[in-house]
Design a protein around this ligand. Structure first.
Ligand code: NAP
Ligand code: ZN
Ligand code: ZN
Length: 364
């Protein structure tokens, strides 16, 4: 695997993890020239997704070091290739998890490119030219315009960045289950982190009754009073879990670590769905009985398609929905990751990339 090709002429400064300690340090690397289908984006903000932490620490055993994480990227377009449609210099743009897909399979042809078999990610992926992709913990990115979205003027850039992954990952299953167009369902959200807090915001904006299921009792006040959740269940409280049994139509499980599915399945009504988006490194045990006796389903999904991501961003513009963020400088990434691992963030760290003045945005 090549790290660069001859057209990788642009030197970019960023931040990378080099081994499974996950420690992030400054890292200079090469990106490709802006091709005919590409836009170049000067990155302003990048969210820290728990997936970045999984990759930095090689939790899933698939990390290609050095890894430059970051797939919640927003910035301003500085260059536009000759084939690019719909974007111009100066536009506010976003890049999420997708860097490349085949563009011609049944999934690519139906705006579900996130399920393309040839899907390559924004970092730790292999681009069409065979080079390893590097993500948004950097000053500049070159992206194929077919995986780039517009950020509505109404949204602040910092709060919009995590929509590119956390937002779309919970929006897509909600849309798939008819929860965006009409309200009135009872929705559970398991794990109140980056993904979970967005699920609560969407659930309320779309008119549902939302219950947070959390292991952190200290998140209850905020969940109810700031995010608007209707109910809060502390998962370790047997009585509260009992009270929630068979009350929910749909549960989104955003938990990043090991946990038991049985008590969550029992919260579902007959015919309810448990939708898993969290990605623990070890398999979760799936008990048959709550499925059999409740005609319940367990499903999973990865992010969403680009068209859907754009639709979500426009909806967020309309409802003025952004993520709750804590802004950090690049030299605070390690501290932020440590706090993320310890469940100490409300609810997404976002890196103020432009605050790092030690180098120009990019140079040739
Ligand atoms: N499917 C996809 O496309 C996709 C996209 C993005 C991220 N992900 C994955 O989704 C997961 C969540 O990402 P995130 O960025 O939202 O992470 P996060 O901000 O760390 O939130 C995860 C939340 O889950 C709960 N939790 C964590 N470990 C737990 C455990 N062992 N048992 C019970 N609850 C636990 C905590 O909430 P409480 O304190 O409320 O319990 C925590 O705040 C990660 O695994 C990430 O890789 C998947
Ligand atoms: Zn992510
Ligand atoms: Zn495809």
């Amino acid at each position: 695997m090549d790290k660069t090709t001859p057209n990788h002429t642009q030197t970019v400064s960023g931040w990378a993890a080099h081994d499974s300690s996950g420690k992030i340090t400054p890292f200079t690397f090469q990106r490709r020239e802006n091709g005919a289908n590409d836009v170049t984006i000067q990155i302003l903000y990048c969210g820290i997704c728990h997936t970045d932490l999984h990759y930095a620490k090689n939790d899933w055993g698939i990390t290609m070091y050095p890894v430059v994480p970051g797939h919640e990227i927003v910035g301003v377009i500085t260059k536009v290739g000759s084939n690019v449609k719909g974007f111009k210099e100066g536009d506010r743009a976003g890049v999420g998890c997708l860097a490349a897909t085949c563009l011609d399979c049944e999934y690519c042809n139906t705006h579900q490119e996130n399920y393309c078999q040839q899907l390559q990610f924004t970092y730790n992926g292999l681009f069409w030219d065979g080079t390893i992709t590097y993500g948004g913990y950097s000053h500049m990115i070159v992206a194929d315009y077919r995986y780039v979205v517009h950020i509505p003027e109404k949204l602040n850039m910092e709060g919009a960045a995590p929509l590119l992954c956390a937002g779309i990952t919970v929006f897509s299953p909600m849309k798939d289950h008819g929860l965006v167009e009409s309200g009135g369902k009872r929705i559970g959200v398991v794990g109140l982190g980056g993904l979970g807090h967005m699920a609560v915001k969407f659930g309320k904006a779309f008119g549902h009754h939302v219950t947070v299921i959390s292991r952190s009792a200290d998140k209850e006040w905020e969940a109810k009073h700031r995010l608007g959740a209707d109910e809060f269940i502390v998962s370790s409280e047997q009585k509260q879990m009992e009270g929630g049994k068979k009350t929910m139509d749909f549960i989104l499980d955003t938990v990043s670590g090991q946990h038991s599915l049985l008590p969550l399945l029992e919260l579902l009504k007959i015919n309810g769905t448990l939708f898993i988006v969290g990605a623990p490194s070890q398999p979760l045990e799936l008990p048959a009985f709550p499925l059999i006796f409740g005609k319940r389903s367990v499903k999973g999904g990865i992010i969403g398609g680009i068209k859907e991501t754009q639709e979500m961003l426009y909806l967020c513009g309309k409802h003025n929905i952004t993520c709750d963020t804590e802004l950090i400088r690049p030299d605070q990434i390690n501290d932020a990751m440590h706090r993320l691992a310890n469940n100490d963030v409300r609810y997404r760290f976002v890196i103020d990339i432009a605050s790092s003045s030690s180098q120009p945005p990019c140079s040739s």
